[in-house]
Design a protein. Structure first.
Length: 113
C-alpha cells in the first residue's frame, strides 16, 4: 500500500495501535526511500537516535512550533529532490493539508448532520 510513488512524505508517530513507528519505518525502508519524519511525544535521546538510525529523515518532538515543522518538511523534501512548485505551497498528508505560504494546517473531518 505504501510506496514512494503514492506519497511525497510520511509523518509517523512512534506510538501506533498495532506496533511501533520504528517497526513501520523499517518495513517501509525495505522497499521505499519516501521521506519519513517522526512526529511524536517520545523525546528521550534513545528514541530520537533510534528513529534516525532506522531510517527516519528527521525526528520532531511534541509540542512543536508549526513554522518549524513546515521548515523541516521543506528541508527534507528539498534534500530528497521533491521540490515542485505545488509541494512548496501545499503539503498534503492524509487528511491534513499544510499551506506553507500561510503557515496554516487544516484537517479534513466528516460533518454529521
Amino acid at each position: 500500500m505504501i510506496s514512494s510513488n503514492e506519497y511525497s512524505m510520511i509523518l509517523l508517530d512512534v506510538t501506533l495501535p498495532d506496533g511501533t513507528g520504528y517497526e513501520l519505518c523499517q518495513y517501509i525502508r525495505g522497499f521505499s526511500q519516501v521521506p519519513i519524519i517522526f512526529l511524536t511525544a517520545c523525546d528521550e535521546e534513545v528514541n530520537i537516535v533510534m528513529g534516525l538510525d532506522i531510517g527516519g529523515d528527521d525526528y520532531i518532538t511534541k509540542p512543536f512550533r508549526i513554522r518549524e515543522l513546515i521548515s523541516r518538511i521543506k528541508a527534507v523534501l528539498r534534500r530528497k529532490g521533491n521540490t515542485s512548485e505545488e509541494n512548496k505551497k501545499i503539503l498534503k498528508f492524509g487528511d491534513l493539508s499544510i499551506y506553507t505560504l500561510e503557515a496554516r494546517v487544516y484537517k479534513m473531518i466528516k460533518k454529521y448532520f
